[in-house]
Design a protein around this ligand. Structure first.
Ligand SMILES: Cc1cc2nc3c(=O)[nH]c(=O)nc-3n(C[C@H](O)[C@H](O)[C@H](O)COP(=O)(O)OP(=O)(O)OC[C@H]3O[C@@H](n4cnc5c(N)ncnc54)[C@H](O)[C@@H]3O)c2cc1C
Length: 385
């Protein structure tokens, strides 16, 4: 399926590859040896954004009204896969943020938050996940207080939170008279009184996150995106958009790993000959290729459907499950074939082993997405095979 791309997408893929070699590889070479995601400093991230904007990649995820090129799902899949297949850390910062749930913002929310976000001047975090456990407070809620909402609660996992200027927070607005109640997405400035960041943490993949706490934090009711009651749908819509992106990234990473492993097993081995001469090794390499081929196929098929305007809620979920589990197997097998060196801190496969693990949990855990896929077909008659 990736083979039957129209000429303009083939040309785009070549342009992405040329950009990787000419612009990204030199920046990557300046990173400290063995760096992971957190090792890309703010100045390097800004330089990647500058080069990417000049080359026309940054705005591909953004609507035309903000100067973006609003690329469709297939086009984005081509570039996301190409950048992931470079296995460069700096490639993560090439595409600009999409509007996400803020796409529905109007008036002040639009000028104050959405527009600076699109220009890359401000960074936003998405605060959805609630803590679990015996000491978990009740889920984040908001009380009406005239024209304000008073928010109380905690969010356990906000990616890049310490770098963010504002957050989109899912809250449950409590009933009060005739005013609408229910789930709402609220835009909150990082320096709002009553908001604190009790914990920052890095994860296995090297990325930085935080926990947020709200103590009767006062936010204007006009900071609700869309309507009170529609917050969960908007939040899940945003997550849905990200699933195909995660799948494309997983597929690109798997391509890099297959290439790397093929190179490795084709080198002379100390026991004589090459590992590639042994049948057991060939079988493992074939398994890696099968997984990679299948992951690319499922991601591209879904991207074509989405680009054609189809609803791919179910297909996006299953593409994410398949591609992220496939890349997990591919990296694991590559480590087995490369042996002890692959486990040395700073080895590209050591880093990838950590990096791809989180893909099976972030943006929807595989187990829950499987339930969604089954629910889609059983309860809504949705989803293709
Ligand atoms: C790298 C990374 C970045 C993240 N970034 C963000 C972010 O920016 N914003 C944000 O809000 N959240 C973020 N998260 C949190 C992420 O959304 C949650 O981790 C994820 O939704 C799973 O929720 P949980 O961790 O609370 O696990 P739980 O919901 O407690 O689930 C734990 C496990 O229990 C099992 N399970 C749970 N429910 C069921 C069920 N119904 N049936 C069968 N099995 C089940 C599954 O195996 C699941 O993996 C991030 C997570 C990671 C790893």
């Amino acid at each position: 399926m990736p083979e039957h791309l129209p000429p303009e997408l083939l040309a785009l893929r070549e342009r992405a590859q040329a950009f990787i070699e000419a612009e990204l590889a030199p920046l990557e070479a300046q990173l400290p040896a063995g760096a992971d995601a957190a090792g890309v400093d703010a100045a390097t991230r800004a330089e990647v954004r500058r080069r990417s904007a000049a080359a026309g990649f940054f705005g591909m995820t953004q609507p035309r009204e903000y100067g973006g090129s609003a690329a469709d799902a297939l086009t984005l899949t081509v570039v996301r896969e190409a950048f992931a297949a470079s296995n460069l850390l700096v490639a993560d910062f090439v595409l600009g943020p999409g509007p996400g749930a803020l796409a529905a913002a109007t008036g002040g929310l639009r000028t104050r938050y959405l527009e600076p976000l699109m220009r890359g001047e401000q960074a936003a975090g998405f605060a959805f996940t609630e803590p679990s456990g015996a000491d978990a407070p009740r889920p984040t809620y908001a009380e009406r207080d005239g024209e304000r909402l008073l928010v109380t609660g905690r969010k356990s996992y906000v990616s890049n939170g310490p770098f963010c200027d504002f957050f989109t927070v899912l809250v449950n607005v409590e009933p009060a008279g005739d005013a609408p109640s229910g789930m709402a997405l609220l835009v909150v400035d990082r320096d709002t009184p009553g908001l604190s960041m009790p914990r920052q943490f890095t994860t296995l993949d090297g990325s930085l996150h935080c926990e947020l706490a709200f103590e009767r934090m006062a936010v204007p009711a006009s900071n609700v995106i869309g309507e009170v009651g529609g917050g969960m749908g908007r939040a899940l819509g945003q997550i849905g958009d990200m699933r195909l992106a995660v799948g494309a990234r997983a597929a690109g990473t798997a391509m890099w790993v297959v290439d790397y492993t093929r190179e490795h097993v084709s080198q002379p081995h100390r026991q004589g000959g090459k590992l590639a001469d042994r049948e057991g090794v060939r079988r493992i390499l074939a398994e890696m290729m099968i997984d990679t081929y299948a992951a690319r196929s499922v991601v591209y098929r879904t991207a074509r459907l989405a680009a054609g305007g189809a609803d791919v809620m179910n297909e996006g979920a299953l593409a994410k499950v398949f591609a992220t589990e496939a890349v997990g197997r591919v990296v694991d097998q590559a480590i087995q074939l490369v042996g002890g060196n692959a486990l040395i801190t700073g080895h590209p496969l050591e880093r990838l082993y950590r990096e791809v693990r989180s893909l099976r949990i972030a943006e929807g855990a595989s187990d829950l997405l499987r339930l969604n896929v089954a629910r889609g077909i059983l309860e809504f008659g949705a989803g293709r095979v």
